[in-house]
Design a protein around this ligand. Structure first.
Ligand code: ATP
Ligand code: MG
Length: 611
């Protein structure tokens, strides 16, 4: 077995490979006990299926079965990148500090403590690469001098190291993990655009071939017009990230970065009325006020006080919406933003919390920023600036003259209008499996990776950087495809496509029939793990469900006496009785159908509420 361009193949019946694919001789032990630190279902199932073993926090060993699935993922990536015309290389994993000093990333990464650093015997400092922009730019610098040599894209599929703050979720967030990382080198921005789109297309083919239900989201605030960075998300209820998407126009963004169109407001078409104070004793929360006054939360303007390195900021947003702190931070251009404690708000007399009146804020102490959701508000309810009192008839334009800035920082909700097309947005959970990113000239400049252009002028190369987590992709496939009994592998990533189960190996007729079928399946070039262990059928079926290969074949029992075998599909557990002599053909047909089923089918199944 190797990661060549070929499909992993079983060799002829007599070879050592065929021998190894008998479970009785294979290095494979399923595990009953769920590992204590396993939070993610993929971590639990891949461990129970005997595919991976924990060595240290975020450091895992892969068993033969685990490696097969990992290699299949890797092979798909490699084939698609080669097909797109990118060139595979190897950059060192052990990298000297100087390289990282040149790009200015040593300090930053060291500060974040993400970098694994080490010293050699002469006290020279090194790191284990978490990514390889520096190494690639250096490799290119040594050979490229002219624009005529550009563009090209180089890549590698190698181990990366990151000292993650919280290594968890098994292969999805390891400290040592296998990553595809690609780097494009262009003469100008237009060239980069082409290279970037070529990666985008290759990524889509990769995840489609993996049989995954995925979506592509903008990962940049898009301030520069057009997206400079996209993330590829495998949709799974257990995903760490929330993604906003529009089924109508295809808009997609990370929840943190998502923007919405204009939401309908309750005060549309209403006219300004006078401002009046109302006693709201002990009603500091939105829900309390809403209930007490018999209004909707969208009629309210809530004001939250944040602390930033540039002082206090009061953020006004419609009562039914939440503040997206990343968006607020970006809008303010600050680095730190945290909700001010009630104690601080009181001490500085900015509040009181629960009754903050936007019009009562002291501009010398706190800067008021308002979300677009309250622009033009009239007849609104908000705090009166003193405890146990609110105001109604509040008009933003008339009463909140102290707004220092308007921005879009309300968090998107399902059903909000899409900012592109106005249709309702959906929110789904996803796992980031890939990332493409326009770097520009940062590394070309800092590492002096330069070329002479048509006019003979020296210019820095324009780079893009691209990454796919191999182990994370494989694990994401499990997050997306499993049930209470185990994994349901998409055909393309399944360690083996078929599990052949001998119901009673100690019975000569069963042994003979199963052995014969095993030989025929291998001869037909099918990938099969032969469960020839001396175990009860119940144990074998449980294990087969856990391992989750798409097709299972049961040999033995009454069916065999009638000259038939059972062919079972893992996803729907449908059993087909097939004549022994027609078994190979039936299995090939089934395999063909599974290989041909479009990846969208996975989305459909999810939508139908499969667990
Ligand atoms: P995250 O935000 O999840 O930490 P990242 O943005 O730091 O990831 P990139 O630097 O964009 O990750 O890396 C490219 C790809 O490598 C990611 O899309 C992901 O698939 C994979 N990856 C990143 N970190 C890890 C990790 N700790 N374990 C496994 N795969 C990872
Ligand atoms: Mg990323």
């Amino acid at each position: 077995m190797q990661a060549s361009g070929r499909r992993l193949k079983a060799d002829g019946g007599s070879s050592i490979f065929a021998h190894h694919m008998r479970w009785s001789k294979y290095f494979l032990q399923t595990v009953r006990e769920v590992p204590g630190d396993a939070e993610a279902i993929s971590h639990v199932l891949l461990t129970r299926a005997g595919m991976m073993r924990r060595v240290a926090a975020g450091v895992y060993a892969l068993t033969p079965l685990g490696l097969r699935a990992n290699r299949k993922t890797e092979t798909i990536v490699r084939e698609e990148m080669d097909r797109a015309g990118f060139h595979e290389v190897e950059a060192p994993i052990l990298q000297p500090r100087e390289l990282w000093e040149q790009s200015g990333r040593w300090q930053r990464y060291a500060a974040e403590e993400i970098l694994f650093r080490l010293k050699d015997r002469k006290a020279g400092e090194y790191c284990l690469a978490p990514t390889a922009e520096e190494a690639f730019a250096t490799m290119v610098r040594a050979g490229v001098t002219s624009y005529r040599q550009l563009p090209f894209t180089l890549y590698q599929i190698r181990t990366k190291f990151r000292d993650e703050i919280r290594p968890r979720f098994g292969l999805m967030r390891g400290r040592e993990f296998l990553m595809y990382d690609g780097y494009s080198f262009d003469a100008d921005a237009a060239g980069l655009d082409v290279s970037y789109r070529a990666q985008d297309a290759a990524y889509r083919r990769v995840f489609e071939r993996c049989g995954l239900d995925f979506t592509v989201v903008e990962a940049d605030s898009g301030g520069m017009g057009g997206s400079q960075s996209q993330e590829f998300m495998v949709l799974a209820d257990t995903g760490e990230d929330a993604v906003v998407r529009c089924a109508a126009c295809g808009y997609g963004a990370n929840l943190e970065r998502a923007q919405t169109g204009r939401r309908r407001a309750p005060w549309e078409d209403e006219t300004v009325t006078s401002l009046t104070e109302i006693a709201t004793p002990g009603k500091g929360g939105i829900d309390d006020v809403v209930q007490f006054l018999g209004i909707t939360a969208s009629r309210m303007i809530k004001v939250l006080i944040y602390e930033t390195e540039e002082g206090y900021v009061a953020a006004a947003v419609r009562g039914d919406l939440d503040v997206n702190e990343v968006a607020l931070k970006n809008a303010l251009g600050v680095e730190h933003l945290t909700l001010a404690s009630e104690e601080k708000v009181d001490r500085e007399s900015l509040g009181p919390v629960g009754y903050v009146g936007p019009h009562r804020l002291d501009p010398l102490k706190v800067r008021l920023v308002a979300d677009e959701s309250v622009r033009g508000a009239v007849n609104a309810v908000t705090g009166a600036g003193r405890r146990d009192w609110h105001v109604r008839g509040f008009s933003m334009e008339r009463d909140a003259r102290n707004v220092s800035r308007w921005a879009d920082f309300a968090q998107a909700r399902p059903g909000d209008p899409c900012r592109r097309c106005g249709k309702p947005l959906e929110i789904a959970r996803g796992i980031e499996v890939g990332h493409i990113f326009k770097l520009g000239t940062k590394y070309g400049e800092s590492l002096h990776c330069e070329f002479t252009d048509e006019k003979g002028e020296t210019r820095p190369v324009v780079m893009g950087s691209y990454g796919i987590g191999i182990g994370r992709t494989m694990a994401a496939a499990v997050e997306q495809n499993h049930d209470a009994d185990g994994i349901i592998w998409p055909l393309a990533l399944s360690p083996f496509e078929i599990e052949l189960v001998s119901l009673n190996p100690s019975e000569p007729a069963t042994l003979q029939a199963a052995d014969a079928l095993y030989g025929s399946l291998l001869a037909a070039d099918l990938e099969v793990l032969y469960d020839d262990r001396d175990e009860r059928p119940g144990v074998k079926f449980k294990d087969a469900d856990l391992l989750g290969f798409p097709i299972r074949v049961n040999v033995g029992g009454r069916a065999l006496k009638e000259g038939r075998v059972e062919v079972v599909t893992r996803r729907d557990k449908k059993v087909r009785l097939v004549a022994r002599e027609e078994a190979v053909e039936a299995i090939q047909e089934l395999r063909g159908a599974l290989a041909g089923s479009p990846p969208q089918a996975a989305g459909q199944r999810r939508a139908e509420g499969r667990t």
